[in-house]
Design a protein around this ligand. Structure first.
Ligand code: HEM
Length: 179
């Protein structure tokens, strides 16, 4: 990620939305974060508006259903070795980002997340800028666990990391020094 950010952005400005299309690896990292650490493993309750048959099973009109997004995001036929964090799974042989229809952290259909565009923008600007300005180091032998805490919205267990400026003590970009 740092190699790509150094090549495309450099140290003298903030990353902005115009950079998104050129940052293939950074986008792939965000995709993999959203797959492995999705904040919504299932959707709120939906209801079938007509009879539906899936693989021979009839789900009558009016049935309450709770689509399990995590089952798709962790499907090993779509995402081999799903428990591993591998951004490369979204890149082609030229290192370009590819579209992955099964990556559905915002759900699909009529009730798809209404904040998807905003959330995608925030994730990109925050992650790309923090990683451009800082190295994020875990204490020796204490990598944060990838296992979420239990609860409706999966959260990381408490962990410690150190942010080290990549461009000198106070950074070079106005507005990033306070992080
Ligand atoms: C990483 C961030 C986010 C994720 C992964 C996420 C994911 C989801 C999911 C899975 C649903 C349920 C969709 C369904 O019922 O099929 C949902 C619904 C919704 N989300 Fe998000 N969301 C995120 C951020 C946001 C933000 C930032 C906003 C608003 C600013 C937002 C607003 C909504 C609303 C209003 C709904 C209900 C849509 C409806 O029922 O028609 N979300 N979101």
């Amino acid at each position: 990620m740092h190699e790509e950010l150094d090549r495309v952005i450099g140290s003298d400005r903030l990353v902005n939305m115009d950079d998104k299309a050129a940052l293939h690896y950074t986008n792939a990292v965000i995709n993999e974060i959203q797959r492995l650490a999705n904040i919504a493993p299932q959707t709120p309750i939906h209801e079938t508006s007509k009879d539906v048959t899936i693989h021979g099973h009839l789900i009558p009109k009016g049935t309450s259903i709770i689509p399990q997004l995590a089952l798709v995001l962790m499907d090993e036929e779509i995402f081999p070795r799903p428990e591993e964090f591998r951004p490369e799974r979204y890149l082609n042989s030229k290192g370009e980002l590819t579209k992955c229809d099964a990556l559905i952290p915002f759900s699909i259909g009529k009730r798809i997340c209404a904040g998807e565009s905003l959330a995608r923008m925030e994730l990109f600007l925050f992650i790309a800028n923090v990683f451009n300005q800082y190295k994020i180091l875990a204490p020796p032998g204490k990598m944060p666990s990838l296992k979420p805490s239990l609860g409706g919205i999966p959260m990381p267990k408490p962990y410690k990391v150190k942010l080290v400026s990549r461009f000198g003590k106070h950074g070079k970009v106005n507005g990033m020094n306070g992080i």
